[in-house]
Write a protein that binds this ligand. Structure first.
Ligand code: TXA
Ligand code: MG
Length: 347
């Protein structure tokens, strides 16, 4: 299959009548799948009401069938079609954080969405992306759009159209290239079907921000306990992993420097994941900086690109600094733990 690339400037007016958006929307209406930029990562979009379109999403990614997709909408009214009930706290969250990086799990009306999209569950995750290109595409096709991150299953999520093509070229009808995404980590997933809302996946909206508007929010205990079964099916899979083994290093930078020196003495090519503040402090074959530690948003924005870049550098082992578990640091650490398969070296 020839994968089209539609370049679209996200800052121009009247995106809904942009010929590239109209063309991409036409493919969606024909139940083909196309990648689109969102404010978090690129998504692989398909008609959520059509089994055939949804099957193409799973096939292109090589995604396990038990992992449900997030449904993307452009207007809150679209919820009425497939959501059974909007609890009060969910309504508050929608008003405060949509459009934005927050996916809300609702009880679902049966029989509207493809059962493949929701993996046979009775609930559905929905979000309204905060990206002019995604919103224009959603409005132009008028459909609820199922869109997982547009990477091959297991790889880091794509933050550029180039990342999407690296994984999916030839497997999808096209990609709308709206430039690099902003947030860099995926949306926060919050389950609002229980008395206390529960975060199933940390992401672009922080626990602190959520609690400021709806009070107490719980975190799925499985996020911290490897033995427990996560409530978001996708959270049980190894994800984001670079080709070389990645170790998170808990301790001082001197300790990390010693680990690097030991491995180099064994003749290995060593990679280090650090930030701009400390890049000069490491002597290794490949030192990649991931934003600025003082501004964790910049670390989130750069993270997946850096994980992908290690693969181009033929390293044998990668050591990464760790980040505080606060604000968006929670999501950064969750993704790094997954990328490392939870391998942490403590000083
Ligand atoms: O930022 C994002 O959310 C991106 C962009 C493209 O929107 N999408 C994304 O989708 O990250 P995906 O498929 O890579 O991750 C969706 C996560 C998975 O962990 C999945 O198991 C969970 O959301 N999920 C979806 N529906 C669910 C449901 N009804 N109950 C529990 N978890 C659900
Ligand atoms: Mg994903």
């Amino acid at each position: 299959m020839n994968t089209k690339v539609w370049k679209v400037d996200k800052y121009v007016d009247n995106l809904e009548s942009n010929p590239h958006i109209v063309d991409a929307a036409h493919f969606l209406k024909e139940n083909e799948v196309v990648a689109m930029p969102t404010e978090t990562v690129y998504g692989l979009a398909g008609n959520a009401e059509n089994d055939e379109a949804v099957a193409k999403i799973f096939a292109a990614k090589g995604r396990p069938a038990d992992n449900p997709l997030i449904i993307h909408i452009a207007e809150q009214e679209q919820l009425n079609r497939f959501v059974a009930e909007v609890p009060e706290k969910a309504a508050i969250l929608m008003d405060k954080f949509w459009p934005g990086p927050l996916t809300i799990i609702f009880k679902m009306k049966e029989g509207v969405l493809s059962e493949k999209a929701t993996a046979g569950l009775t609930t559905v995750g929905v979000r309204m992306p905060d990206h002019p290109v995604a919103l224009a595409l959603l409005r132009t096709c008028g459909l609820p759009i199922a869109a997982p991150s547009a990477n091959s299953s297991g790889k880091p999520s794509p933050t550029t159209a180039g990342h999407v093509l690296d994984d999916l070229e030839g497997k999808i009808a096209g990609v709308v290239d709206g430039g690099p995404t902003g947030v860099g980590v995926e949306s926060t997933v919050i389950d609002c079907t229980e008395t206390f809302p529960v975060i199933l996946r940390p992401g672009g909206v922080t626990k602190e921000q959520l609690e400021a508007v709806i009070g107490e929010v719980h975190i799925d205990p499985a996020l911290k306990n490897e033995a427990a079964k996560p409530k978001a099916p996708g959270m049980k899979y190894r994800h984001y992993a670079p080709n070389a083994p990645l170790y998170l290093v808990s301790g001082t930078r001197e300790f990390l420097q010693r680990l690097v020196a030991e491995k180099r003495a064994e003749g290995l090519r060593v990679g280090v994941l650090t930030t701009e503040e400390h890049a000069d402090e490491y002597e290794a074959e490949v030192v990649l900086t991931c934003g600025r530690r003082a501004e964790l948003e910049t670390v989130a924005a750069a993270l997946y690109d850096v994980l992908r870049r290690f693969n181009e550098q033929q390293v044998d082992v990668i050591f990464s600094e760790m980040f505080p578990y606060e604000g968006v640091g929670y999501a950064i650490m969750n993704r790094l733990e997954k990328a490392a398969g939870n391998k942490v070296i403590k000083e």
